[in-house]
Design a binder for this molecule. Structure first.
Ligand SMILES: Nc1ncnc2c1ncn2[C@@H]1O[C@H](COP(=O)(O)OP(=O)(O)OP(=O)(O)O)[C@@H](O)[C@H]1O
Length: 255
């Protein structure tokens, strides 16, 4: 499933205006296929906006943004991308399985796909570890469980690119670990490209590569190891703070 160009996402001069604010400021970056790229930065720095641009739901995007070899938002990309928003998009009056059955029927309609659909639904429920809750109404689940239903929906079509907006918020440490293990096996076994945002810096260490963001700009684009080494710090969090201080000093000197 690797993209022929060897690049899953390529942005040049990516700029987004929301209201009267420039929220993304001419970003240049690439995302490697089959790897987990973490998008990290404080609340409000533009992570969700960048993800919305990648999946093609963001207005007022300028610059170039290619996703899996096509311009972001191209209709042919729809079945190739799984997107989990911050607010879980599930029907609260349906059970977990009914939610998945519904989305599976949209992806693969028709009686002749009935068995394949059932298998895909069961697989997705197992992958997010909700088998024992498959008959529960989504409205009765915890926030973390609902997030996992959303993730299961995104996994239904075996997407080449998974865009996950803070998928581990509100999850306990065991579930967070299990989800990260799932992300790693999706990348390793299926070659899925994963772009995952977080503002929890300890999750950075679990990514192959990081885009560190602040105020609509990318401060660094590197591996966790290289970031730590470059700033001579023990953690990505310290490296991030070091980069923020360096950027502030540069700004100060430029005045
Ligand atoms: N509809 C909107 N109109 C104007 N500005 C907006 C709108 N939505 C978001 N913004 C602004 O865009 C900036 C980036 O928001 P975004 O949601 O992308 O940040 P984020 O890094 O994902 O934050 P969080 O981690 O809190 O979800 C914020 O400063 C926010 O105030």
């Amino acid at each position: 499933m690797m993209n022929s160009s060897g690049v899953a996402i390529k942005a040049r001069g990516l700029t987004v205006v929301r209201g009267n604010r420039t929220v993304l400021k001419g970003l240049d970056f690439t995302v490697e296929p089959g790897r987990i790229t973490g998008l990290l930065g404080p609340s409000g720095c533009g992570k969700s906006t960048l993800m919305r641009a990648v999946v093609g739901t963001q207005a007022k995007v300028t610059g170039t943004l290619d996703v899996l070899g096509s311009p972001a938002g191209h209709p042919t990309l729809r079945p190739r991308i799984g997107y989990v928003t911050q607010a879980p998009s599930v029907y609260t009056d349906l059970t977990v399985r009914q939610n998945l059955d519904y989305f599976a029927a949209i992806l693969q309609p028709g009686r002749r796909h009935r068995v394949a659909r059932r298998e895909a639904v069961t697989r997705a429920i197992t992958e997010v570890d909700l088998t024992t809750h498959s008959g529960a109404l989504a409205g009765t689940l915890s926030g973390g469980q609902r997030t996992r239903v959303s993730l299961a929906v995104a996994l239904l079509g075996t997407p080449e690119l998974l865009v996950l907006d803070e998928p581990t918020v509100g999850l306990d440490p065991v579930l967070r670990r299990d989800l990260w293990n799932l992300f790693h096996s999706l990348a390793a076994d299926r070659g899925t490209t994963i772009l995952v945002s977080s503002h929890v810096m300890d999750e950075a260490e679990r990514c192959h590569r990081l885009l560190l963001m602040r105020e609509g700009e990318i401060l660094a684009d590197d591996t966790p190891e290289a970031l730590r080494a470059a700033s001579r710090t023990d953690t990505v969090e310290e490296a991030f703070l070091h980069l923020v201080d360096a950027a502030a000093t540069r700004q100060e000197n430029a005045r």
